[in-house]
Write a protein that binds this ligand. Structure first.
Ligand SMILES: Nc1ncnc2c1ncn2[C@@H]1O[C@H](COP(=O)(O)OP(=O)(O)OP(=O)(O)O)[C@@H](O)[C@H]1O
Ligand SMILES: [Mg+2]
Length: 501
């Protein structure tokens, strides 16, 4: 059993945890549930030796423990899959998995071949068939997440903390992960599971603990509580979302993509995207659904000018064909992309929240020789902090001090502030709690009502069904369906998303 007793934690005056107590049971999946900024990751970082300064006590198998490092926690049998992926980009998959615990022979030489073999074995459990010598930087976020999971599994820990392990992977990979979790459960391990996806929580969790504003609100068996009750405990209120009923087809065409094709960068005969064409109308929200590897992110990247060499096809705004060879061309044409990998493309984590929100507007203004006054910059960031209810004491704080979900909101705010004609959103609500999601959907609908065209890539069917007017479905680089919302159901979308072979 892993027990937290009266744990409190402050960050330079901000109270992240206020006297939290909980019990985490062996042979069970213990779900920790709460809104963005509730304190989930902070508590997990205390359990796993990342944060070493805190008040209160932790008991592990009846012994008081106080870890001075992650190494100490790992040696004691506690491993964590971090919410923000922690892999070293220029090292290979195998090197990352064995980082700090390399397999060596009696002379101290690294056994690279054995490590590669073991890595292949681990990856195949997760159905990831990639060469273990591949560098992390070459992987998509979802694949990186699977590597992070494999890494935690390798340690053979007694406690495995999963902080939003499925935020970047799709249903098929989730099924693989759940099979592994069930195996770990039967071995009597303590699984701690954090997710904002209720479907997953009800599918895999045995017990739940609800946190709100750094305090424990409730805990119990998951089969004794409903989703609405849980949401109410998390947020203190009820939330409802409605499907759109739209008539955007009557609107003029705002944007069109014709024969978008992307050749594989190594195997020229292989097509990552094959002849994709579609239209987006004024005020339309177009959902793009597909399983991992379907090519959704690559499609957004092509539109945004990120594949000038290997990509081809035609992009038009209205009736005018655009020459898009780089992101600056795309932005000049009125297209903005909120990327899926926020750490890499979205956020400057060592800068203030205010700077991050205003940076893209600043760049636009500076091009015209204008400067944004400090006052305007302030009101811009305050406006978005309110609109998206970003949880922070001040917009002066560095972006890295925000919880994962609140960081994602900053990335969104930054691009919304540029008011593009066409907004591409790649998994915009990953890691965002149910309440903030509803606010983001409302914001998207308001922007669409003002005439903006929005394309949203999402792995969450309920999300697509809530916001989209039309749904594109992709499989292995092909467009397999274009379904109006009136005809869309989860079953129909999935049917078109399943691999052909
Ligand atoms: N390194 C830090 N410095 C300052 N404040 C921090 C730091 N880490 C977390 N916080 C603050 O502590 C609070 C709890 O954050 P935490 O990351 O634990 O939330 P969370 O429940 O994991 O949220 P999410 O669902 O968004 O991941 C937030 O107000 C956050 O801004
Ligand atoms: Mg978190």
């Amino acid at each position: 059993m892993l027990i937290a007793k009266n744990i409190s934690k402050k960050f330079s005056g901000v109270i992240a945890l206020a006297n939290i107590s909980m019990e985490l049971h062996p042979g069970k999946v213990n779900a920790i549930i709460g809104e963005n900024g509730a304190g989930k990751s902070t508590l997990m970082k205390i359990f796993s030796g990342v944060h070493t300064q805190y008040e209160g006590e932790i008991f592990f198998n009846n012994k008081l423990v106080k870890f001075k490092s992650t190494k100490e926690a790992e040696d004691a049998g506690i491993s964590i899959i971090h919410q923000e992926l922690n892999l070293v980009p220029h090292l290979s998959i195998a090197e990352n998995i064995f980082l700090g615990r390399e397999l060596t022979n009696s002379l101290g030489m690294v056994k690279a071949k054995l490590m590669n073999e073991k890595t292949t074995e681990l990856l195949s459990k997760l159905n990831l068939n990639i060469d273990p010598a591949t560098k992390i930087a070459a992987l998509k976020v979802g694949q990186q997440q699977l590597v992070e999971i494999a890494k935690a599994l390798y340690t053979n820990a007694e406690v495995i903390i999963m902080d939003e392990p499925t935020s970047a992977i799709s249903d098929k990979e989730v099924d693989n992960l759940f099979a592994i979790i069930n195996q770990l459960k039967s071995e009597g391990k303590i699984i701690v599971y954090i997710s904002h996806k209720f479907k997953e929580l009800f599918a895999i969790a045995d017990r739940y603990v609800v946190l709100r504003d750094g305090s424990t609100i409730d805990s119990g068996n998951i089969n004794e509580i409903t989703q609405d009750q849980l949401i109410h405990k998390m947020t203190g209120r009820n939330i409802r979302e409605n499907k759109r009923s739209s008539s955007v087809k009557d609107q003029p065409v705002l944007f069109s993509a014709k024969n978008i094709t992307l050749n594989h960068s190594l195997f020229k005969s292989k097509k990552v995207l094959n002849n994709i064409s579609f239209e987006l109308h004024n005020g339309e929200i177009l959902g793009v659904y597909g399983l991992m590897g379907a090519g959704r992110t690559e499609l957004m990247e092509c539109i945004f000018g990120l594949h000038p060499k290997n990509g081809s096809g035609e992009i038009s705004i209205g009736t005018e064909v655009q020459k898009i060879k780089c992101p600056a061309d795309a932005m000049a044409a009125g297209i903005a992309l909120v990327p899926e990998d926020r750490k890499l493309h979205g956020l400057i984590i060592n800068q203030s929240i205010r700077f991050n929100i205003s940076i893209s507007v600043l760049e636009t203004l500076q091009k015209w020789g204008l400067l944004l006054s400090a006052g305007k910059e302030n009101s811009l960031s305050e406006n978005y902090i309110n609109k998206l209810s970003i949880k922070t004491a001040s917009d002066n704080h560095l972006a890295k001090t925000l919880s994962g979900g609140n960081q994602q909101k900053i990335v969104l705010a930054k691009w919304l502030a540029t008011h593009p004609q066409v907004l591409l959103l790649d998994e915009p609500t990953r890691g965002i709690d149910i309440n903030a999601k509803a606010e983001i959907y409302e914001l998207m609908k308001t922007l669409a009502a003002e005439g903006m065209g929005i394309i949203i890539v999402s792995s969450e069917l309920p999300e697509i069904l809530t916001v989209a007017d039309n749904i594109l479905v992709m499989t292995e680089g092909e467009l397999t369906a274009n379904i109006p919302i009136e005809e869309a159901t989860e079953a129909i979308i999935l049917k078109h998303a399943i691999h052909k072979n």
